[in-house]
Ligand binder design. Structure first.
Ligand SMILES: Nc1ncnc2c1ncn2[C@@H]1O[C@H](COP(=O)(O)OP(=O)(O)OP(=O)(O)O)[C@@H](O)[C@H]1O
Ligand SMILES: [Mg+2]
Length: 253
């Protein structure tokens, strides 16, 4: 599939929890290969937006298009979950709290989905997993249990596990927030590597330094709306809206 077909296109995405409007007609296009940092105040809807993109949260109105696949609020219109399945194949998701399988070794965590979902045979899945563990610097740890790893190591296993499905992009929800500064850098270095290889990255992050250095584009989501969208230097240094200025003052100090 040519890269251009994998644009993520979000139209009028609306999400409510009860009476509360969480995402207010979001319109957004993310090009294939872009690294996008999504920032904004707590409760602004960042995680909800990512979860909608991965079919983990249903939305109320609008549509999400990825390549030829269109996700709409009515699941029946989505071919009974087939679209969600496709979106998850195309975009892996990595979470703040890793969500590794605690009862499986590092290697077993990484081979699980390729075996069960892609139907890879054991040897092929192991070969793929070993390459990925090497790439995230964990070749020596394939037999470890998740609880024996540091947070940074766990997060790198989670990234390897997502990559084992050979996705076209990753949706990352504050994946360094639980880590000490040194461990953060290990994980951010892996992401910079993926960016260089052309992976599409949509990252909810509080790492303003990383956003400035590595992102092609910064989005600021507040009160359910994208209130800033531009190059890192534009959004971070010259925000147009008072709301964005207030937020950036609070995080940049
Ligand atoms: N399952 C849910 N049921 C009800 N309300 C929810 C649910 N999930 C999220 N919310 C509400 O939706 C709003 C947006 O939440 P969301 O987690 O998307 O924010 P966020 O921008 O990711 O915040 P943070 O930076 O703190 O992670 C919040 O007010 C939250 O309380
Ligand atoms: Mg969140």
């Amino acid at each position: 599939m040519p890269n251009g077909e994998l644009e993520i296109s979000i139209r009028d995405l609306t999400k409510r929890f009860g009476d509360r409007l969480i995402l207010d007609r979001i319109n957004l296009t993310i090009q294939s290969g872009q690294t996008v940092a999504l920032i904004g105040p707590s409760g602004g809807g960042k995680s909800t937006l990512l979860r909608c993109l991965n079919g983990l949260t249903q939305f109320d109105d609008g549509e999400i298009r990825v390549g030829a696949h269109t996700l709409r609020p009515d699941r029946r219109a989505n071919g009974g979950g087939a679209v969600v399945h496709q979106l998850r194949r195309l975009f892996g998701m990595v979470f703040q709290d890793f969500q590794l399988f605690p009862h499986l070794s590092v290697l077993a965590n990484v081979i699980e989905a390729p075996r069960l979902v892609l139907g890879l045979d054991h040897d092929a899945a192991v070969e793929r997993a070993r390459k990925l563990l090497k790439r995230v610097g964990l070749a020596e740890h394939e037999n470890a249990w998740p609880q024996q790893l540091s947070g940074g190591q766990k997060q790198r296993v989670a990234i390897a596990r997502a990559l084992a499905m050979e996705p076209r992009g990753l949706l990352c929800d504050e994946i360094t927030s639980a880590l000490d500064p040194e461990l953060k850098n290990e994980v951010l270095a892996v992401l910079e590597d993926l960016k260089r290889e052309g992976m599409t990255l949509l990252m909810v992050t509080h790492e303003i330094g990383f956003a400035r250095r590595a992102a092609d584009r910064v989005l600021l989501l507040a009160d359910g709306k994208i209130i800033e969208d531009g190059l890192p230097a534009e959004v971070l240094d010259q925000p147009k809206t008072p709301r964005a200025r207030a937020f950036l003052r609070s995080v940049l100090g």
